[in-house]
Design a protein around this ligand. Sequence first.
Ligand SMILES: NC(=O)c1ccc[n+]([C@@H]2O[C@H](COP(=O)([O-])OP(=O)(O)OC[C@H]3O[C@@H](n4cnc5c(N)ncnc54)[C@H](O)[C@@H]3O)[C@@H](O)[C@H]2O)c1
Length: 339
Amino acid sequence: MKVMITGAAGFIGSQLAYALWKKGVELILIDNFSYGKVDNLEFSEHSFVDEIIKMDIRDNEGIAKLLEGKDVDYIYNIAGIAPLPDCQLDPVEAISVNLNGFVNLLENGRKYGVKKIIQASTNAMYENETEFPTFENNFKQPTLIYPNTKYCAERFAQSYCDTYGMNVTCLRFANVYGPHIDCLRKQPPFVAYMIRELYYGRTPVFHSDGTQRRDYIYVDDLVRLAIMVQKGDGFDCVNVSSNMNYSVNEMYDIAQKIMGKNIAAEYASDAHYWEKYPGLYEGAYPIKNEILNHEINKYSLCDNSHAKEKYGWQPEVGMEEGLRRVIENECELLSKLGE
Ligand SMILES: NC(=O)c1ccc[n+]([C@@H]2O[C@H](COP(=O)([O-])OP(=O)(O)OC[C@H]3O[C@@H](n4cnc5c(N)ncnc54)[C@H](O)[C@@H]3O)[C@@H](O)[C@H]2O)c1
């Protein structure tokens, strides 16, 4: 079996590459390294550093050359601009990568007979939902740029399936956590941020009052499902969630217990949420407070019965065990940086 993975130097793409490599799958790995890191490509049993191809998913000729005559079975499009404020600050680039880049893969997959494309989509597109748990169908149109790029990508996937009989599965990930989560980026994901601050003995600053609840999925559980969905024809969207949600304060308590810390968190106003992105607060139309407030306080809980019933999948890693593994990995990384 031959598989192309885009975004293979990122948090999720690298873990998927490793899992497929362990199964003996022949891999074509690409990443433009806009967010990816060489460190993510080093695993205990194997290094992908010399194998990865530096390429942009928008490179039509480059992608065509990698697919033509190669009988690639599956493309996993894990590449994307994931941080919400980055997408908000540069919507042209976000649309270019998350939508145009994906359509470039669809079009090349069509020409060169790829069996199935599996797309990294997101439960962020449920941001305006008011009924929980959220099922895959009949949700309200999203507002922010990032979920809209992923939502539009799904629309084009369906277009290709309906028009050409292609097979595409869009995996709508809940908040993903696991080793290699990026704790060093400008606006790290919450789990990475909280562990980093605890590691350095600093007081973390959370927005709102910490009671807001989100659902999560451990990266190994996601990767198992991503492999299971290779079977199945046509167009499909699948929630990838543990079906359980946790508040910021609950997660912080678990992390403190594991790390043996006792540091009271600070709580900041919602208005400062994306203050590291001053461009969003400037111009004739600055971002609305109510939008920041909604993004911070939104409740998320996705139903995962479709993944269970159709693919026989079951999440296996609970929050305490998952956080323990991330903490171990992240603390090791931070200690290396300090040396
Ligand atoms: N992490 C989460 O909680 C989460 C949740 C929902 C959806 N997703 C989606 O899953 C995917 C992977 O997320 P992640 O957390 O691993 O992010 P990540 O930033 O660690 O990985 C994304 C990778 O894509 C690469 N990339 C970006 N633009 C590219 C381009 N034009 N061409 C080639 N490579 C490019 C980056 O360099 C990076 O290595 C993203 O598409 C993201 O939108 C992630």
